[in-house]
Design a protein around this ligand. Structure first.
Ligand SMILES: Cc1ncc(COP(=O)(O)O)c(C=O)c1O
Length: 456
């Protein structure tokens, strides 16, 4: 389909400022994380979504194999969320949360923290995962200052980590392409090694057995800089965007022990793993490891309205609550922190998770999903398969001289055959909405298999 055809499919431009209709040209929108030129030559445009399926502008159904971008956990077009948003926007569109308030974000923070075990009692709202990460890093730095340990300024991330696209997030992040074009980043940052090894973990199911010792690298970093200079370690409990890397057995516990021993904060970036992706509320519950701060976004509103947050322990929050009582305790916030419409969407989303038992449902589907992901072990060009909860990856061998091209072709072909799959370099990632049934997994596997078989 050419851009011109796509233009014909939508009446955009009517009613614009001039009398002349503006053609729906695809050029003006500079698309994020997209090969713009190829997309605009061969667009993939959706105009509707319900349940597990998108509808394309030319009326085809496309199975959502990635919950949008790991976010539409409750499935598309959920009436309860739609109604909550409509009601809220009509009732009160906006009220600030700097020095003022309105009930819904308070209720949402209480409900989210109540989903978690003690000692998580507070939540700071943002609008995205990237903002959540930068907020968490700032909380960590300011926390140490509040405690009189202002030399603790060093932040530790991990290779292959994805923590969004703010300067804080790309500094602690470990995905090369997300960093290499942008010059200087935060100073004072180190990285732990990533935990993936084809040699030791190929085709592992759930948590790999090999690799817990990689957490001990943190001791080397501490030995180099001294703990008195280190503020926090941030990791995704399951690395998602780099291609689904479940943590080795014992790895996260080890990180928690070392950070606790040295007074270093541990931050779990749960932007993907929060809200049921592993079959539990959050990964902290799944792995039974308690970080000091948890970032979230995506599933908080099932992707309907942008919203994120940072969940903090009582100890962290309390460390800020001193000084004169009229004074601001933390100089940070976004105009839309706790936006009423987003909060309304979040509350309705939590209702759906609870009423439909969606986290439990994800846990029940996970073994079937695991078999589905590992059914690709013998497929053409597949070098690894991995899974945990409802996150799965099929890694393809890169073509000589054209890394990423094989998976890109798979993504395009799958779209035309009726499935949306997410790719990163040469890895295909599956993360269906939590309402998925076995038949949807079968459909996703069937289309992906056909596509992989057809690629050279
Ligand atoms: C672990 C993690 N952190 C942060 C982000 C950034 O979120 P956003 O794109 O909402 O800024 C993502 C997005 O995929 C993520 O997976």
């Amino acid at each position: 389909m050419s851009s011109a055809h796509a233009a014909g499919a939508q009446p955009a431009g009517e009613g614009a400022y001039s009398d002349q209709p503006i053609p729906n040209n695809l050029e003006a929108f500079w698309m994020p994380f997209t090969a713009n030129r190829d997309f605009k030559a061969r667009p993939r445009l959706f105009s509707g979504a319900k349940g597990l399926y998108y509808t394309t502008v030319d009326g085809r159904q496309v199975l959502d194999g990635s919950a949008g971008l790991w976010c539409v956990n409750a499935g598309h077009g959920r009436e309860k969320i739609v109604e909550a948003v409509q009601k809220q926007v009509a009732e009160m569109d906006f009220a600030p949360t700097f020095n003022w308030g309105h009930p819904k974000p308070f209720e949402l923070a209480s409900r989210v923290t109540a989903m978690l075990p003690q000692p998580y009692e507070h939540m700071f709202f943002t609008n995205s995962g990237s903002e959540s990460v930068d907020t968490a890093l700032k909380i960590a730095l300011a926390y140490h200052r509040a405690k009189g340990e202002g030399t603790r300024t060093r932040l530790i991330g991990r290779e292959r980590g994805y923590h969004g696209v703010g300067f804080g997030g790309i500094s602690v992040g470990g995905m090369v392409k997300n960093r290499m074009f942008f010059g200087s980043m935060l100073g004072n940052v180190d990285h732990l090694p990533h935990t993936h090894s084809l040699e030791h973990q190929q085709h592992s199911r759930g948590q790999p057995e090999w690799g817990a010792h990689l957490a001990d690298e943190l001791e080397n970093i501490v030995a180099l800089h001294d703990a008195s200079n280190i503020a926090a370690v941030i990791v995704e409990p399951v690395a998602g965007s780099t291609g689904v890397l479940p943590p080795p057995i014992g790895y996260l516990k080890r990180l928690r022990e070392i950070t606790a021993k040295h007074g270093i904060l541990l931050i779990f970036d749960e932007v993907i793993t929060g809200f049921g992706r592993l079959g539990t509320s959050f990964a902290t519950e799944y792995f039974d490891v308690k970080p000091d701060l948890i970032t979230c976004a995506k599933g908080l509103t099932s992707g309907v309205i942008p919203m994120g947050g940072v969940i903090a322990t009582k100890e962290i929050y309390d460390a800020f609550m001193h000084g004169p009582d009229y004074a601001i305790e933390f100089f940070h916030g976004y105009t839309y922190s706790g936006h009423p419409v987003a909060a309304a969407a979040g509350l309705a989303t939590l209702d759906i998770y609870q009423e439909e038992g969606l986290f439990q449902r994800a846990a029940e589907l996970a073994p079937y999903f695991e078999e589905a992901v590992h059914s690709f072990e013998d497929a053409k060009n597949v070098i690894d398969t991995r899974n945990i909860g409802l996150m799965g990856a099929i890694e393809l061998a890169p073509r000589d001289g054209a890394p990423g091209k094989r998976a890109y072709e798979a993504m395009v072909k799958a779209f035309h055959k009726g499935a949306m799959i997410r790719i990163t370099a040469d890895t295909i990632a599956f993360s269906p909405p939590l309402i998925a049934e076995k038949k949807h997994i079968d459909e996703l596997v069937g289309i992906t298999r056909e596509v992989i078989d057809s690629l050279d």
